[in-house]
Ligand binder design. Structure first.
Ligand code: AMP
Ligand code: MG
Length: 356
């Protein structure tokens, strides 16, 4: 073969290659456009909070309606404000009798108890009498007296929630269960399951801040969730990327009231009955389990940074980002791998904690 021929051939193959790449790009673009056409969004109010859905699927609208129905079904079992819910009936029968519970309620009560033990009592499904005493249940806030809290603390022990053969029983009169720190996380797992069953490979939804991302965005990039700035509702501290994962944030700034110039928030330290003062402003958990992420965001907020990091080192299965009162943002090494810190402009500092 002479030089001319070789040149011509290699040029032809270059053209062939670019032609191929162009076609591939066009096909990719068409696929993305198609996926964008299948993008369905909705917002709804349930479980006392705002819920948003983005589902990429040709039947997205119907699938979102199915998801909303599933959430309402769970709300009707688990809510303390729904009159005949399992939890309302259970609370009304405290100190009196054991009642049959729906299988979802059983699973959630058992998980609440187990995760309560695992977090050394920092997560407490029986905390309701104390949450109520602070007025967070009826939104009639006031600071309870020490005598009131002393009387209620013995009524908030999850060991007195007795689960047996499909029934639940609160052993002491005056006890009550509150699933506010776990139910939305559980619901997010159930919705993710339902969406996947319906063939959804790309979706993101937020059940009042309990975010779950299925697969990736249509362009193949991970879903991105802004990490709220706990000091400024209009700002954020960075971006968390998730793929088939949940991320949940807890913070005292999310719900609080002020009395005599002091702020009192809604995350209670079960040891004292007072809003947790752990030196943390915010805890964010990233996990494949929405329920565990929900529980841990609450429990690790109560623990404070040092104990929370010990807990993370001793238990696998999740990653965490903490914001301290001192203005430090601290990520576990796994969280660092999917987090882009953007808080420098707001005077936050950033550091990563390794497991070893
Ligand atoms: P979260 O927003 O997930 O951190 O959950 C906070 C909610 O859980 C509160 O509004 C209470 O209803 C409830 N709660 C407060 N303190 C605790 C606690 N130590 N353990 C379990 N649930 C709690
Ligand atoms: Mg929580």
């Amino acid at each position: 073969m002479n030089l001319k021929k070789i040149l011509a051939l290699s040029l032809a193959s270059v053209f062939l290659l670019t032609g191929c790449a162009e076609r591939r790009e066009a096909a990719q673009q068409m696929l993305e456009n198609k996926k964008m056409e299948n993008r369905h969004e909705a917002t709804t109010f349930a479980m006392d909070t705002i819920m948003t859905f983005t589902v990429i699927h040709e039947d997205g609208d119907e699938i979102i309606i199915d998801a909303e129905q599933e959430i309402r079904r769970l709300e009707n079992l688990l809510s303390v404000t729904v009159e005949n819910s399992d939890i309302s009936r259970l609370n009304a029968a405290a100190g009196k009798e054991a009642l049959d519970m729906h299988v979802d309620t059983q699973v959630l009560l058992q998980a609440g108890k187990t995760l309560g033990e695992k977090t050394n009592g920092m997560f407490d499904i029986a905390i309701s009498p104390i949450v109520k005493a602070w007025g967070f249940t009826e939104e009639e806030h006031h600071v309870p007296t020490q005598a009131e809290l002393d009387a209620l603390l013995p009524l908030s022990d999850p060991a007195d929630v007795i689960l047996k053969e499909g029934t639940a029983y609160l052993q002491k009169e005056g006890m009550a269960v509150d699933l506010g720190g776990i139910a939305k996380g559980y619901a997010s797992d159930k919705v993710a399951e339902l969406l996947k069953e319906k063939g959804v490979e790309s979706a993101i939804f937020s059940l009042g801040g309990n975010v779950y991302g299925i697969g990736t965005k249509p362009d193949g990039e991970k879903w991105e969730v802004a990490l709220a700035n706990p000091l400024d509702a209009n700002d954020y501290c960075g971006l968390i990327s998730i793929e088939n994962q949940a991320t949940v944030t807890s913070g005292g700034y999310q719900r609080y009231f002020e009395e005599n110039g002091k702020k009192y928030h809604h995350i209670i330290d079960p040891a004292t009955g007072y809003p947790a003062e752990s030196g943390l402003l915010q805890v964010t958990i990233i996990s494949e389990s929405g329920m565990e992420a929900d529980v841990y965001s609450t429990a690790l907020y109560v623990m404070g940074l040092e104990k929370a990091l010990e807990f993370w080192k001793a238990n696998g299965g999740f990653e965490a980002i903490f914001v301290t009162e001192a203005g430090e943002v601290i990520a576990t090494e796994g969280a660092d791998a999917c987090f882009e810190f953007e808080g420098r402009d707001n005077d936050f500092t950033y550091r990563v904690v390794k497991r070893g």
